[in-house]
Structures are given as C-alpha cells and as structure tokens.
Design a protein around this ligand. Structure first.
Ligand code: WT7
Length: 633
C-alpha cells in the first residue's frame, strides 16, 4: 500500500477514481479483521449516508497494538518528552502500550463503562491520554477528547451534548512556566453534567485537588492493579470510534462522528504515504507531530495513524517557546527525530524569535518536514524549508479537516512534487472539485472557487452527534450532491491545489478553529454588551486574529476595563484561545434594512482595506461605517 514513485501515485490515483471499491478493498486487506466486509461501500450524499467495509468485524486497537507484538514488542511506540527540560523522558514500547491500554480498559469496565458509552477525556499531553483513548476503543466505548485549554463551561457543553458517563482527567498540567489546574476545571464543569458517574484522575503534577468521594477515583490507586490483558471488543466497521467537537459558522460546536473501519484504513494509508516513514522493526525513523491530542491532528497522527502503521513517535508535553524558542529544535536533536509535523503558526513564531534559536542545533536527523492546520504563507514555507529542512527534506503541506479524519490534499514526501504554499495534489481516493457560488463546477486550470469533494473516502464524517440534520445542512446542502469543505481554493496551471482559507464564518487562529458566532455569544454574556460582531483579520504570527466590534451604550466602565472584562468573559465561556486581539467599541453596526450585519464591511475595516468597502448604500445607516473607520484599531 506504499506508493514509491510519482508514476505509482498517478496509477494509484487513477485506479482509486475508476474502481474505488476495488482500490480500498485492496488497502483494507492489510489489516486484521475478525470478519471481512460484505460490501466495500454504500453511499448517498443527500442523506448523507456513508458506510465503508459493511459488516466487517474487528477492533482498531488489535490493529494498532496486538498485531505488532510478535515482531515489535520491544519497538518504541512512544517517546514522551516532558515540559521541563530536566525532567525524565519516558519510553513506551508496543508491549508496554498493550499492557497499559489493557489496564485502563479493565479499569473503565470496573467503573461501569460499556460498549457504546461515551467517555470524555480532558487531559494534557502525557502518554496516559493516548492510553485512555485506546482503552476506550479497546472496550468499544466512544471517546470524546476535549482540548485541555477549553474552559469549564466549554467542557460542560461538550460533556452534556454526548452524555458522557465517565471523565478522565489529571490533577494539573504543565505548560511552559505554568502549572495549570485541570481537575478543578472538571469539578466545575460536572456540576451541570448529570450524566457523569465517575471521574478517573491521573496524578501528574501533584497539585492539590478536591476529592469528591462519590465520584472520584485516583488512577494510580486502581489502574496498576488491573489486569494487563483485556480481550478487544468485537466492533462493527460502522460502530462509532470517537466524537470530536469542532466549530462551525453557526451555533455551538458540533460533535463530528468518526467510525472504526474507514477511519482505521484511511489514517494508516495517509500516514504511510504522506510521510513515507520506515516502520520496520529496527528502523530508526521517529515521527513527531506537535499537535495536541485534543485536535483531530493529534487523534489521527499521534494516537492512531502512527500506531496502526507500527511506527515510533514523540509525544511532547510542553510548548515551542519554553524554556526558549529553540525547544523544538533541541528535542529534534535529542531524540533524532526524522519526520517532523507542525503548524504554520509555530513556524512563524519561531522564525520571529530569531535564527539564534536554531543555529545551535544540527537538525541533521530530519528527513521529512510537514505543515498542517492553516495555509502556510510562502515566507514561512521558505524559512521552514531552508532553516529546518536545510533544503534537503521534502516539505509536505497537508490539507484536511476534523470532518475528513485524515489528510486529503498533500504531496507524498519525496515522491510527488512540492510547491511553496500549495498543498498540491489530492491523495488517491480523493476527488476534489471547485465550484462557483451557484454550485457550478469550475473546470480547467488556473481557476479559483469553493472547494468540494464529489466522492466519499473511508474516513469522511458520518454524522454530527445527536443531530444528523445539522451534518446534512453544514456539509451536504450548500452544493447538492457534494461535500462542501468551507474552504476557498485555487488550482494552478499544473492542477496543484492551494487552499486560500475559509469562505464561511469560521476563523483559524493559530491553527485553532473558532466560530465567529461562538465568540459573539460569549461576548454578549457580558451585562453591558448589547450586540457584537466578530471577524477575522490577517495576523503575522497567528495567521488570523480576532477583531470584535461591540455595542455597549450604557456602560459606566472606562473602555479599557470593559475590554478586560470581555476578555475574561470569553476565557470563561470558551477558553483563552478565543480571546479577541482587538475590541472596538462602536455605537452601531453596519446592517441591511432587513437587519443583517454586513460582515464583509467589518472584515474589510479590520483588514485595513478601507478603499474597497463596496456598496454601502443599502445600509440602514451608512454613517456608522464612517464612525467605525474612524475608530479602527
Ligand atoms: C481547516 C480545518 C487539518 C487538521 C487541523 C485543522 C484549515 C488545515 C490546512 C492547510 C490550508 C488548512 C482549513 C480547514 N487548514 N490544513 N494545509 N492549508 N488550510 O483541522 O480544526 O478541522 O480545521 O483548517 O481552513 O478547513 P480543523
């Protein structure tokens, strides 16, 4: 299933389009199934209804762990690099991984978790977090990992939406110089979550915690005593593997649902082909994806993809700038990382810190470097390519989404061509197309439009948890018969794709996906705020920054204090990642006569594009635009 040459890529792509079922059935043959599928694919983008490998039975952890044991029991599955430079690293072999996952799985059973139950994981970047995910998968429970930077109220909303029965967490977390309370956030969250019966707490920082005798169980008191064997639950290909909440253009975050079979096949296939890692027993190849497991990148390319492929990888607890902006490069040299996968925002921040943080390190172990999460600008692409890849490592710019489960458009390292700031070509099985606003396909090259996909791939979103209609409306209704990505895209003269950014009301701040509506509703919780409108604007480091316009006519506070309170409100409702960078206090917002906010104008002002505001004559009160321009931050 590994593609080795550009010719092989072309042949695989052709086959995947002409005979997709045959193509994916051959890929799926490489896994351990207790029972093979009756049919490869059943699909309908109207409903939508997508099923892959119908009626196949297996367990994903048997494929990610057990099947490697005969050969690779002593191979490193993970090297854990702690936040503090002087703290001890941990090495987890595939045998260790097996034992730990089984112990946690048996503990979950003891806590009453059964197949199909939802389990929330709110934990920092430690190996136990991955054990927890795999333990759920082992017993057929559905994990819902929530990024440990989200606030208690954001956590509560996610726990409630899927009625999680158990929450797995830690006492605290280290992030750079900070020692962050984690359990306290869970305590506050579950006050409003009646579904939660037990909280399993891994003691990591030894921060003081409050114990609720009825619910709390300390990990170290039960997990080590549990048996290290646990028969994998037999799962159907279309049983739910996990839920992961992500932001859309409207309303509260939606629970993206991925199922077992297709997700396993696609994450493994893409991991192997995009990164081209040698996963043989004695290979020294070492993969490092710097994402947090709280995001899809961490799910697919820390927890599942590398393990399913039998690779070795790094889990890093800390942040790129602690103790200084050379930490990533130090870790690469220390562990001899060969394949490094990070986000453009980190690259830009580390570039801005100065080359003095890079030059002390050799970085000569690197073979492949990758980018994910947001468009990578040419400047950052070249800096990354020259200073980190030293001009000799293929740079793969991987485009995909929470909803796609795995990478859809990317170069295959060293196999297919790269081009600065272009994700380049679709992976086998992916049939992208560009459409205009009316949904007409834009043919040919050197064109730009909205990016859609016309045929299912194995790890496509199945539904949004508890609300299938929302899934249909968000992804399958804008353009009939197509999956709409929400991204704008250009196809160059050679047919290479360049993703230009979201065309909906979704922002991408430091690679974090945040809905404008979510931030607005958090801001509106402040008693003095009557109305608000949030837009994104270009930001040198973060890619996009958050610009909030607020109306607070009766506030008695001075504006700086009001701004501080609003930032605190957003931190409380969502988390610090959603804090606006700029808050402009205005007396009105540009609205149409029907009362719709003209965001286009607000975006232009935030971007500083003051000469191209377009037609403002249809506004209810065109004079507010002058005021907004005059008060621009
Ligand atoms: C959105 C999805 C993919 C996992 C991490 C983010 C943007 C992602 C790229 C890229 C340009 C990219 C898109 C996409 N995006 N990767 N290589 N080039 N844009 O997952 O939180 O679901 O966000 O991130 O706008 O729609 P996510």
């Amino acid at each position: 299933m590994k593609i080795n040459t550009f010719e092989e890529y072309k042949a695989a792509y052709k086959k995947s389009v002409e005979t997709p079922e045959l193509f994916w059935a051959e890929v799926a043959e490489n896994f351990t199934w207790q029972k093979k599928w009756d049919r490869v694919l059943d699909w309908d983008f109207e409903e939508p209804n997508t099923k892959w490998f119908l009626n196949a039975k297996f367990n994903i952890t048997e494929n990610a762990i057990d099947r490697h044991l005969p050969e690779k029991a002593n191979k490193t599955a993970f090297i854990w690099e702690p936040n503090a430079v002087e703290a001890n690293q941990r090495v987890i072999t595939y045998q260790n991984l097996h034992d730990e996952v089984c112990k946690v799985a048996n503990t979950l059973k003891l806590l009453g978790v059964k197949k199909g139950d939802r389990v929330c994981i709110y934990m920092p970047m430690i190996p136990e977090t991955v054990f927890a995910m795999l333990a759920c998968a082992r017993i057929g429970a559905v994990h819902s990992v929530v990024f440990a930077g989200f606030s208690s109220s954001a956590l509560a909303g996610r726990i409630q939406d899927s009625d999680c029965k158990v929450v797995l967490t830690t006492d605290g977390a280290y992030r750079g110089v900070k020692d962050i309370p984690i359990k306290a956030v869970v305590d506050e969250a579950i006050e409003t979550c009646s579904s939660v019966e037990k909280v399993l707490v891994y003691k990591h920082t030894n921060t003081a915690i409050t114990i609720n005798k009825a619910k709390d169980v300390i990990w170290q008191e039960v997990v080590p005593n549990a048996s290290s064997t646990c028969e994998p639950e037999l799962m159907d290909s279309e049983d739910v593997l996990f839920i992961l909440y992500t932001s859309g253009s409207t309303g509260k975050p939606k629970g993206v649902v991925h199922t077992c079979g297709g997700y396993m096949v696609y994450t493994t296939y893409t991991f192997n082909n995009v990164f081209q890692i040698d996963t043989t027993k004695d290979s020294k190849d070492l993969f490092w994806c710097t994402a947090d497991v709280g995001w899809i990148t961490g799910h697919s390319y820390i927890a599942y993809g590398p393990l399913l492929a039998g690779a070795s990888s790094v889990i890093f607890e800390g942040v790129p700038t602690f103790p200084d902006a050379g930490r990533f490069w130090k870790v690469i040299d220390k562990h001899q990382v060969t394949h490094f996968y990070t986000a453009p925002t980190a690259i830009r921040a580390l570039e801005a810190a100065g080359s003095g943080f890079v030059t002390p390190y050799k970085l000569d172990s690197l073979k492949v470097i990758g980018s994910v999460g947001e468009p990578i600008n040419e400047e950052a692409w070249h800096w990354y390519n020259n200073n980190i890849g030293k001009g000799k490592c293929p740079l793969v710019d991987t485009w995909w989404q929470t909803e796609t489960g795995g990478i859809l458009i990317s170069a295959l390292a060293g196999v297919t061509p790269t081009k600065p700031s272009f994700a380049t070509l679709p992976l086998p099985g992916i049939q992208p197309l560009l459409v205009d606003d009316k949904g007409n396909e834009i043919f040919g090259n050197n064109v730009e439009g909205n990016l859609c996909i016309k045929f299912p791939w194995p790890s496509i979103i199945r539904t949004t948890y508890g609300d299938h209609k929302r899934c249909k409306e968000a992804y399958f209704s804008t353009y009939k018969g197509l999956y709409f990505t929400g991204d704008g895209c250009r196809r160059d003269e050679n047919g290479f794709y360049r993703i230009t950014g979201r065309v909906d009301d979704v922002m991408n701040v430091s690679g974090h996906r945040i809905g404008t509506a979510e931030v607005e509703s958090a801001i509106n919780m402040h008693a003095d705020v009557v109305e608000s409108a949030v837009v994104a604007y270009p930001h040198d480091i973060k890619g996009q920054g958050i610009y909030a316009y607020i109306i607070a006519p009766s506030t008695t506070k001075n504006h700086d204090n009001l701004r501080k309170e609003i930032l605190a409100e957003v931190t409380k409702i969502i988390g610090p990642i959603a804090k606006p960078d700029k808050i402009q206090i205005v007396s009105g917002l540009p609205k149409t006569r029907s009362g719709k906010i003209m965001r286009r104008i607000l975006r232009k002002v935030a971007e500083g594009e003051l000469t191209s505001l377009g037609d403002t004559s249809t506004l209810l009160d065109p004079s507010v635009v002058d005021e907004i321009i005059a008060g621009r931050l």
